[in-house]
Design a protein around this ligand. Structure first.
Ligand code: PLP
Length: 403
């Protein structure tokens, strides 16, 4: 970008990158959206939120619309505290900051902990928006491979040991999505979770645990890293986006009081009192466990529909991880550049996100991310059938025969 204005030198790094949001697609009319990591429209509780907002305003008049907001803001915080406690994480009010979505939490953390000399360790591939945030602050990364069991802790340990031996700078933070990772859908095993905490202690870095999909396990909820954190090394990031509604922009950060205090200095009053108190009013009106059961049953059924359709329609050169929760299936198509194939898929009426967007710098990429969250099951099956035809036309013959 041309720098015609007196921009701060702190943002010069951001200009080195491509503009953010390159993965956002302009979808043709009627296209089946397997690219969007959004909740299914019917599972967004629009009526419940409307009723909650009306009740709130009737009961509290102007309060939720004032700067200081409604007493329900505190209730939202207490709800999050209680939920975390049920998952093994006891936090005081001073150790919890409600943010405008998980993304604001990630950005605030980057702002207070990173500078252009800091090294960030992260999964490769990882959530593209977090990647963009970190790239605004530093150019130094340690990209750790992910396999079916999540982040490969042994390779990470080796990278850390080799780096230390060679006098390289050690990571200041590790950003990880241990449960139902975006984009791979993988979940870190208990053994690796324990190892990660040991590595954080040994090599002295903080862990950012992004738990956006942590409540969406189909059959189980793995122990949070924060619940295993005896040394106050974990900053836990949560979100209401995937379990209630992303447009409410409600997330949180739980961690050591000192860090939370500094985060809140920088957050200032960038709050949404009305959204937070409406959320609290909504949460009062439902049984959250029942609500989650409804979501996980629905998403599990759609995940199964997607996996069965992949099995039925895809040529042999295509492989994938079967998710245990979350929104995504990570697909590998040997010999095919998925970014190049995208326009054909869109012409055929189905979308996906090319894998390259989830890596630091990968131009040619054989992976793509499918989302089973947004489209309904019937559309998912039709979408996979369309995609399979496009894939079949792109798979190099030799690779197809070999697999
Ligand atoms: C891993 C991960 N973290 C955070 C978010 C965004 O959360 P929020 O809407 O609360 O900012 C997403 C959304 O796609 C995500 O996949």
């Amino acid at each position: 970008m041309k720098q015609d204005y007196p921009f701060s030198k702190n943002i010069s790094l951001a200009f080195k990158n491509d503009p953010p949001g390159q993965w956002l697609l302009t979808l043709p009319e009627g296209c089946i959206r397997l690219s969007s990591g959004y909740p299914e429209p019917l599972l967004v509780p629009a009526v419940g939120l409307k009723t909650a907002a009306v009740r709130l305003l009737e009961e509290e008049q102007d309060l939720p619309l004032q700067y200081m907001g409604s007493p329900r803001i505190l209730q939202l915080k207490e709800f999050i505290q209680k939920r975390l406690a049920e998952r093994g994480v006891e936090v005081a009010k001073e150790e919890l900051l409600v943010t405008s979505g998980a993304c604001q939490g990630i950005d605030l953390i980057a702002r207070i902990l990173l500078d252009d000399q800091a090294v960030v360790a992260l999964e490769s591939p990882t959530y593209m928006e977090a990647l963009e945030v970190f790239q605004n602050y530093t150019e130094h990364f340690m990209a750790i491979p992910v396999d079916e069991q999540g982040l490969d802790t042994e390779q990470f340990a080796e990278m850390l040991e080799n780096g230390k031996r060679d006098g390289l700078k050690m990571p200041r933070i590790l950003y990880t999505i241990p449960t139902s990772q975006n984009p791979t859908g993988t979940t870190l095993t208990a053994k690796r979770r324990k190892r990660l905490l040991e590595l954080a202690e040994e090599f002295d870095f903080l862990i950012l645990e992004d738990d956006a999909y942590g409540e969406l396990g189909f059959t189980q909820r793995p122990r949070l890293l924060k619940a295993m954190d005896d040394n106050n090394r974990v900053l836990h990031i949560g979100s209401m986006s995937k379990v209630v509604a992303p447009g409410m922009r409600i997330g949180w950060v739980a961690g050591p009081e000192k860090l939370i205090k500094v985060l809140s200095w920088f957050k200032k009053d960038l709050n949404h009192p009305f959204a937070q108190s409406t959320m609290a009013s909504f949460l009062e009106s439902i049984d959250f466990d029942d609500h989650l059961k409804l979501l996980t049953d629905a998403y599990q059924a759609k995940s199964t529909a997607m996996i069965e359709a992949l099995e039925q329609f895809m040529p042999p050169a295509v492989t994938w991880y079967v998710p245990e929760g979350g929104y995504f299936v990570w697909v590998k198509i040997s010999g095919v550049d998925t970014a190049e194939m995208l326009s054909q898929a869109l012409d055929a009426g189905v979308s996906y996100v090319p894998g390259k967007h989830f890596f630091l710098d990968q131009e040619r990429c054989e992976y793509l991310r499918l989302s089973f969250s947004y489209a309904d099951a019937e559309a998912i099956v039709r979408g996979i059938q369309k995609l399979a035809e496009v894939v079949a036309a792109n798979v190099p013959e030799k690779t197809g025969q070999e697999s």
